[in-house]
Design a protein around this ligand. Structure first.
Ligand SMILES: [Zn+2]
Length: 170
């Protein structure tokens, strides 16, 4: 695209991302929304739909309601729980003899949902039995929840500080 063809050029050409790099698109509230090719980011900037945050990060000028990841709407599978919990017991951090635990036991009405299923090693699972974690003296590392959108995962794992600085907003 020729810059001279655009009516309003608020962004200086030197500030534009390179067309061949990946650019992180932040929502208006700075939460990671998407990753696009530099050329797509340039279009968003020139159309004044976004503004430059840094060389590889742009931010939308209006808030776009977050799309819940497709996986989050689906019933959790065993493999998906393992992936979300990073193959670690959510009580003690062990990576051995893992089982799937119901936070609220099935006998007490616990469902097979993202919020109620988590990985536990057989030791913790046995200790927990039909009790709640508090009753069993177990401490959860983090509350089970639906998997994060892919873009959030990428930003959290990114070694590029330009991107990773936005991970805490997820
Ligand atoms: Zn454990």
């Amino acid at each position: 695209m020729l810059l001279s063809n655009v009516n309003f050029v608020e962004v200086r050409e030197t500030e534009l991302p390179r067309p061949d790099i990946n650019v992180l698109v932040l929502n208006f509230d700075y939460t990671p929304l998407n990753i696009v090719q530099g050329r797509r980011a340039i279009v968003l900037l020139l159309k004044e739909k976004a503004q430059v945050v840094s060389e590889s990060v742009i931010r939308l000028r209006t808030y776009v309601p977050l799309l819940i990841s497709r996986t989050a709407k689906e019933k959790p599978t065993k493999a998906a729980i393992y992936r979300r919990d990073n193959n670690t017991c959510q009580y003690c951090g062990s990576t051995r003899a893992l089982t799937i635990d119901h936070l609220v036991p099935r006998c007490k009405g616990g469902q097979d949902t993202w919020e109620n299923l988590l990985l536990a090693c057989s030791k913790c699972n046995t200790a927990k039995g039909h009790k709640t974690p508090e009753q069993a003296g177990l401490k959860l590392k983090r509350k089970p929840r639906p998997p994060l959108p892919k873009v959030v995962e990428i930003v959290q794992k990114s070694t590029d500080p330009e991107w990773s600085q936005f991970a805490y907003r997820c």
